[in-house]
Design a protein around this ligand. Structure first.
Ligand code: GGG
Length: 356
């Protein structure tokens, strides 16, 4: 029987990104050995802040045609104390998302079996959300500039850009996600009382698209009130759609409420499948613990499971999720989950669960 082949680029990036991607490759190898039905042809790309400091480049321009031919990308993290954060973000992760048409950032958040929410009144089954983050524009449009620099009159403009095309495709994607879930419920988050042009357009398009999904229950929240609702009434939420910036902030809060940002995955999707989608943990490069061997690799394992599912390897994805959940039900936990295990202890536990 011939094996299904998938061409995967890995971009470990910075800090703990390097460690968690390395651990994930071990887990993916164990899955391939068990299944014997697919092969991941892995090509590592050393695009990092360390490399940037030597070469002056994160992504060489000549790499784009080859990059577009991968089936998927597994990304670690970006951010280094030696490079301004806006440079590493705008030269590494944001060009990947933008030039590969990854206009949806999908962030499932739930309390994994064995873990608990820091919210005392929240039973694990009361927090099971999917956040759909617009991933191509909005507050991350990169428009603006600075004038009158080095004077008391410095002016900095940061222009958020919202287009009908990007809003509508995000809304449709979010309604499809909501419709596919048991509760069929979608909450849209904006700050349209203050941001009265772009986010009023969000409101308008939300109601337009909602007409095509009468079976989906909808509501609308301002982002400040949403943070309160996430904490006080987590069970009232299911699928959430938000702008690029709001989605980023809310999903960090959501991950913390589900136990730790160390277990939260994300998928940067090109729903047209013309370009490779990219899978990465929500967390960043965590320079404070980089090199200590205590980073939680579960967020990247879960992201890899989402990658396998996207590639059509649903059985392997389910297998990996079962192994992750067996691990979260054990006492093999990294410090972010109040344990004393190392990253390798967790990795070995997941591999053992895959093999047994
Ligand atoms: N693995 C995700 C990562 O490195 N995140 C760093 C970060 O600051 N990301 C901002 C964003 O996702 O927009």
């Amino acid at each position: 029987m011939s094996l299904r082949q998938h061409k995967i680029a890995t971009i470990p990036g910075d800090g703990i990104g390097v460690e968690v991607v390395d651990a994930t490759l071990k887990v993916l190898q164990a899955l391939q050995d068990m299944h014997q039905t697919f092969t991941l042809n892995i090509e590592p790309l050393d695009w990092s802040s360390k490399n940037y400091l030597i070469t002056g480049t994160y992504i060489p321009e000549s790499a784009w045609p080859k990059l577009k031919a991968y089936d998927a990308i597994l990304f670690g993290a970006v951010g280094s104390p030696d490079v301004p954060d806006d440079i590493s973000l705008w030269k590494l992760i944001l060009p990947l998302r933008k030039r590969l048409n990854q206009y949806i950032n999908l962030r499932p958040i739930r309390v994994l079996p064995g873990l608990s929410s820091p919210l005392k009144s929240c039973a694990p089954d009361q927090l099971d959300w999917v956040i759909v983050r617009e991933n191509s524009e909005g507050e991350y449009a990169g428009q603006g500039g600075v004038s009158h620099e080095d004077t008391p009159y410095t002016i900095a403009n940061e222009v958020a850009v919202f287009t009908r095309t990007a809003i509508e495709r995000t809304m449709r994607f979010a309604f499809e996600v909501a419709d596919s879930r048991h509760r069929k419920k979608l909450t849209m988050v904006t700050k349209s009382n203050a941001q009265r042009f772009g986010l009023v357009l969000w409101d308008q398009i939300f109601y337009e698209v909602a007409k095509d999904y009468p079976q989906v229950e909808t509501d609308r929240m301002l982002v400040d009130a949403m943070t309160v609702r996430m904490v006080l009434k987590p069970q009232s939420l299911d699928t959430v759609v938000a702008t690029n910036l709001h989605g980023d902030i809310l999903s960090d809060l959501a991950a913390a409420l589900a136990g730790s940002i160390g277990v939260a995955p994300s998928s940067n999707l090109d729903p047209t499948r013309k370009f490779p989608s990219m899978f990465e943990p929500i967390h960043g490069s965590a320079p404070d613990i980089a090199g200590m061997g205590i980073a939680n690799p579960l967020a990247t394992f879960w992201s890899a499971a989402e990658m396998l599912r996207w590639l059509g390897e649903g059985d392997a994805a389910d297998h990996l999720m079962r192994a992750i959940e067996e691990t979260t039900q054990s006492d093999v936990r990294t410090p972010d989950l109040q344990g004393s295990a190392t990253m390798m202890d967790v990795t070995n536990k997941v591999i053992w669960a895959i093999q047994n």
